[in-house]
Ligand binder design. Structure first.
Ligand code: NAD
Length: 326
């Protein structure tokens, strides 16, 4: 093996290990910044050396395997990930590629990227029948009973529709602090962050635990074809879901240009501490479904959306220096 081959193998091994701890065990062993940095190193090496892309490389997969103990659910439509942007140049590059493909006449919708756990909810004739985690994007865990304990999730919709929706279950900052304080007093292990606390709570076999954790939810998409519901844009779909009784996040904005997107990001980089829940970035989506259809998907994520990730905070940067030099 030459040095590049060795590094690619090493990165695959490390990222599998970190991904398993994060996605399957809900106990990260490194910070997100460390994980993202290693992942980007691997992406760059794979780009230059396509023959070194392992079929199970973390760059080719979504999330982690479903945990044992829960019934498995095969998603009717895959639950994908989002490609990431870390700075203005990445966002301008995303915008340039879109304009090359569909021209200049389109708009974006910007949303907060809620730092929780992706969930899929299925309603038949307006009644909540099944809720699942994303798992590896194809097969997730059936966590219906736990999700029923979240008051924000409607058990019955305002119309008798059959629909699958996607969203994020999260733990509000206050609930997270109260939970960790109580755990500290009892000498129990603390949760690393609200995301892991939410995921850990929903992946408990005893629903009383989830019920005691004060979780909440925002719904942000239909699983599958929104056009089947007579809708032709993402913004309209969010209004439609709200009309059915789903909790949607109000801090969304239509943006005509990438400069407007950058202004939205700047606003929320500043306002982020004032929110009652954690966000880890801003999701930018091309609004019209016709445009989304033209742009299509890669194996792992849509080409019409990107997740801008906030830079790691001071503490994390220090942690990163230490971890990377070890
Ligand atoms: P992602 O976090 O980059 O983005 C995709 C997810 O964003 C979706 O699945 C959805 O759940 C969520 N989301 C929140 N708000 C949304 C909205 N308004 N619209 C659409 N989606 C929205 O992708 P990922 O695959 O879940 O995971 C990657 C993340 O996990 C990175 O942040 C990475 O740092 C972290 N991670 C950390 C470790 C670790 O060891 N610390 C390991 C693996 C992954």
């Amino acid at each position: 093996m030459n040095d590049i081959e060795k590094r690619v193998a090493e990165l695959n091994k490390l990222l599998h290990e970190y991904g398993h701890a994060y996605y399957v065990q809900d106990k990260p062993i490194v910070s997100d910044a460390v994980y993202d940095q290693l992942l980007h190193e691997l992406i760059a090496l794979e780009k230059e050396n396509p023959s070194l892309i392992y079929p199970d490389s973390p760059t080719q997969r979504v999330g982690g395997a479903a945990a044992e103990g829960f019934r498995k659910v095969t998603h009717t439509y895959p639950m994908l990930s989002l490609s990431n942007a870390f700075n203005e140049a990445d966002l301008r590059d995303f915008d340039r590629k879109i304009r090359q493909a569909i021209g200049d006449d389109f708009s974006y919708v910007c949303e907060l990227k809620i730092d929780g756990l992706a969930i899929s909810l299925r309603y038949e004739n307006g009644i909540f029948v099944q809720g699942a985690t994303r798992g590896d994007g194809v097969v997730g865990e059936d966590i219906t009973t736990n999700l029923k304990t979240i008051r924000a999730i409607p058990l019955r919709l305002k119309e008798r529709v059959t629909i699958e929706v996607r969203g994020e279950a999260y733990m509000p900052k206050k609930s997270f602090e109260a939970l960790n304080n109580a755990r500290a007093q009892k000498g129990e292990e603390l949760f690393a962050n609200p995301r892991n606390a939410a995921a850990g709570s929903l992946r408990q076999l005893d629903p009383k635990i989830a019920a005691s954790r004060n979780l909440s939810t925002f719904i942000y998409a239909i699983g599958g074809d929104g056009e089947a519901y007579g809708i032709d844009s993402h913004a309209e779909m969010l209004d439609y879901l709200e009309g059915l009784g789903f909790p949607s996040n109000k801090e969304r904005e239509k943006c005509a240009t990438i400069d407007d997107v950058l202004a939205f990001i700047e606003k929320w980089t500043e306002n982020r501490p004032n929110l009652a829940y954690e966000i880890d970035g801003i999701v930018v989506k091309v609004n019209r479904y016709a445009h989304q259809d033209e742009l299509g998907f890669t194996a792992k994520s849509p080409r019409w959306a990107i997740a801008y990730k906030f830079p790691a905070e001071e503490v994390v940067t220090k942690l990163l220096d230490i971890e990377l030099t070890v």
